[in-house]
Design a protein around this ligand. Structure first.
Ligand code: FAD
Length: 324
């Protein structure tokens, strides 16, 4: 059993498709007969091939002047298609800036409700059942839409397994859909996130630091250990709020979701809102001086100790091993 059709708003990071968008296409192809991908700009053959490999049957390119914000253009194109044609059963958006922008605007245009912050979505009795956290991340609920019209879902990265599901026939690329007039939002400036080492969402190893490190200076321990392990640096919200590291490093309910092979939590207590973003890691190592810290309840290996003593010793031991 499958629902009729799903549209996916797919995003490019630079010239490459975002992994989170591919996850949405992959899941859409598992639950729907046809999957249409809306691409924010003109793609090339490699982009079409990848979308097709993960299950997109049709690709619609949204043509817009670079200064027009993508969210507004996407909402405009989708709403006008819905007014002319049969609407899709559901539309999936990434929980990214542009995904949320497009979804919010479309929700307003269609006067349809929207489900956000989704971490799982399955087909049950031919209906989509979504899971998301409520009450500050302390409770999970299952929700479904009632009534007619497209069901709008904003879905977090790493909610689905990414696996190829090639369509049986060649993906059809439809000519460019052009928003006929400017939307109110225009791009005035954009900034590139500065990063060294692997991307947090895709890294095999993530080393994350929390308030237990004691100060911004001590956060260098996290960075040094991550560098030695060729890992990415993560952080709890407490240290992001304290201004030790940028928001881009935050792991958790209001930050990023990561699923590395190894997650090392240094001086992090393990609040529900943090754990929801990293509990999917294959192996979790936690170092905390409080043996009753909640992070130990999900750790595969727990070290009760002072991070400012244990981590420098770990770094020295790793350096020695690498030098041999
Ligand atoms: C709506 C909402 C959304 C949120 N979203 C997020 C989110 O996305 N991500 C997130 O992380 N949080 C989030 N939070 C905040 C979350 O509830 C916690 O406040 C936060 O995760 C705590 O960060 P922490 O573990 O670094 O600090 P703390 O909770 O203060 O823990 C510090 C830990 O360090 C240990 N420690 C202290 N000194 C040492 C030492 N020398 N050596 C070893 N261990 C030591 C302590 O025992 C303690 O366990 C959210 C909260 C709300 C309400």
């Amino acid at each position: 059993m499958a629902i009729d059709s799903v549209w996916v708003f797919v995003e490019l990071r630079g010239d490459s498709l975002s992994t989170a968008s591919l996850e949405l296409v992959s899941q859409a192809s598992r639950v729907a007969h046809t999957v249409t991908a809306f691409l924010g700009k003109q793609g090339d053959v490699s982009v079409f091939e990848l979308l097709s490999k993960y299950g997109a049957n049709k690709i619609i390119e949204i043509n817009r002047a670079p200064e027009i914000a993508l969210g507004g253009a996407a909402a405009f194109v989708m709403a006008s298609k819905i007014s002319k044609e049969k609407s899709p059963s559901a539309i999936f958006f990434e929980a990214s800036y542009e995904g949320r922008d497009a979804a919010g605007r479309l929700s307003a245009k269609l006067d349809r409700p929207i489900l956000t912050n989704i971490t799982a979505l399955e087909l049950k009795d031919n209906e989509l059942l979504a899971s998301n956290a409520i009450f500050g991340g302390n409770m999970m609920v299952s929700t479904r839409f009632t009534g007619a019209g497209p069901q709008l879902f904003v879905i977090r990265a790493k909610s689905f397994v990414l696996e190829p599901n090639p369509v049986e026939y060649a993906t059809e690329v439809v000519g460019l859909e052009e928003p006929r007039h400017l939307t109110n939002a225009q791009i005035l400036n954009s900034y590139q996130e500065v990063r060294t080492g692997p991307k947090l969402e895709d890294a095999t190893v993530v080393v994350a630091g929390g308030r237990g490190l004691g100060s911004k200076d001590q956060f260098s321990l996290v960075e040094n250990l991550a560098q030695l392990l060729n890992g990415a640096v993560g952080a709890s919200r407490a240290v992001v709020d304290a201004g030790w590291v940028p928001y881009a490093f935050q792991v958790g309910q209001t930050g990023k979701t990561v699923k590395p092979m190894l997650y090392i939590a240094l001086g992090i207590s393990g609040a529900t809102q943090h754990m929801v973003g990293m509990k999917g890691a294959r192996n979790i190592l936690a170092i905390n001086k409080d043996r009753s810290a909640p992070i130990f309840s999900i750790a595969d290996l727990g070290v009760v100790g002072d991070v400012n003593k244990v981590v420098p010793a770990l770094i020295e031991a790793l350096k020695e091993k690498i030098a041999k």
